[in-house]
Design a protein around this ligand. Structure first.
Ligand SMILES: *Cc1c(COP(=O)(O)O)cnc(C)c1O
Length: 383
């Protein structure tokens, strides 16, 4: 598809700030009678002799979304069917018998991809603590890729991306940052030195819990080209409707995130002094050991995710979750509705979190209603 079709919006004004870019980028050029939004193109095949001849080659809706995401992160975006489809394609950038340094606190699906590749003899994995840049870089000697998630799931660990990316580069490794929790509005990892950013757009970017979609944003064209080839050859393409809805979601990301984040800060503060809560993980909370790093790496805010340990048994934690009426007990995150779950239910996470850790995705409901629900259920379940 003709990328220049969106160039008008992309180059309109380099002074615009990210929340404006999120609203304006990726729209069709402003010609008389042009639609405001790129229409959904439902076609598996196209008349021959063009860039797009078949449904796996490209789609005008992907291009619109990629234009917007690329502008926000400052690189070239490639969209996929899901966040994990992106992770699989990036994992394939590692050469045969190569080495990946993986921070130990990452989305369990990403750990699965690399661990299964290692089990098949495809590559080697070195795991290091997520918040220890020195250990991470020591492990990066001779490695091909460093993969960190920041803000990391589910303990909200903030990685020192500038130090990690610079150190990895010196050692000849590329740095990949899964920035799903931060979104391009809270962190631009390419500006901090990373080579590729990963977003599960399923979460905050799309924002309504109604689709799966993933994106990589690359500094180098060679990486973007490889990912496009991988998408074409392996077929993990985004749906046309999903791409449209993800871009529509992106239009309101700034207001959704501002609101949810303000509530997350308030809930984190109140939970921290609740008698039935032992620890609260929210980057930048006063007293948080990663306070200073969080403020340095995430100066504009820490997003809408937090987690906390219930000061009780697994049974009491389950009772607390069962008593919630407003928050939904479900996995996933980043939608307008608040979700909560006991993370150790996932065998993949049981090794890195305590049994009563609850992860909370704060939505855009009224914060007082959210608090009344949380506080009421904690008091009812734990006495
Ligand atoms: C959900 C998630 C993924 C996987 O994305 P899908 O769109 O579900 O495939 C990867 N990383 C993080 C941090 C996630 O939250």
């Amino acid at each position: 598809m003709d990328e220049s079709r969106y160039a008008a919006a992309l180059t309109l004004d380099p002074e615009w700030l990210a929340d404006t870019v999120a609203v304006q980028a990726g729209r069709p050029a402003r010609l008389p009678g042009a639609p405001m939004n790129e229409p959904i193109t439902l076609s598996s095949t196209y008349v021959h002799d063009a860039n797009i001849e078949y449904g796996r080659d490209g789609n005008a809706g992907w291009s619109a979304l990629e234009t917007a995401l690329g502008a926000l992160d400052g690189g070239r975006a490639v969209t996929f069917a899901s966040g994990l489809a992106v992770a699989s394609a990036i994992a394939d950038l590692v050469p045969a018998d190569g080495t990946v340094v993986l921070s130990s606190v990452t989305y369990y699906g990403v750990r699965n991809i690399f661990e299964r590749m290692e089990a098949r003899g495809r590559l080697h994995v070195r795991k290091t603590p997520a918040d220890d840049s020195a250990a991470l870089l020591a492990a990066a000697d001779g490695a091909d890729m460093v993969w960190v998630e920041s803000i990391a799931n589910p303990l909200m660990v903030v990685a020192d991306v500038p130090a990690i990316a610079a150190g990895a580069r010196e050692r000849g490794a590329i740095t990949v940052v899964d920035a799903t929790f931060a979104t391009p509005l809270r962190q631009r990892p390419l500006d901090l030195g990373a080579d590729i950013v990963v977003h599960s757009a399923t979460k905050l970017i799309a924002g309504h819990s109604d689709l799966l979609l993933g994106a990589a944003v690359c500094r180098a064209d060679t990486h973007a080209d490889s990912l496009v080839a991988h998408r074409h050859d392996h077929g993990a393409i985004p749906g046309a409707l999903e791409a449209f809805l993800a871009l529509r979601g992106l239009r309101t990301l700034a207001v959704r995130l501002d609101r949810a984040e303000a509530s997350a800060v308030e809930l984190a503060r109140r939970l921290a002094s609740h008698p039935h809560v032992s620890t609260v993980n929210y980057p930048g909370l006063p007293g948080d050991p990663q306070h200073e790093r969080a403020l340095r790496v995430l100066p504009n805010g820490s997003g809408s995710m937090l987690s906390f340990d219930v000061a009780g048994t697994v049974e009491q934690t389950e009772a607390f979750l069962a008593r919630l009426r407003l928050l939904t007990h479900a996995t996933s995150l980043g939608g307008v509705e608040s979700l909560i779950e006991r993370r150790a239910r996932y065998t993949g996470d049981a090794s890195i979190v305590g049994p009563t850790l609850c992860r909370l995705s704060v939505g855009i409901e009224n914060v007082e209603d959210l608090w009344a629900d949380l506080d009421g259920a904690l008091l009812a379940a734990l006495g």
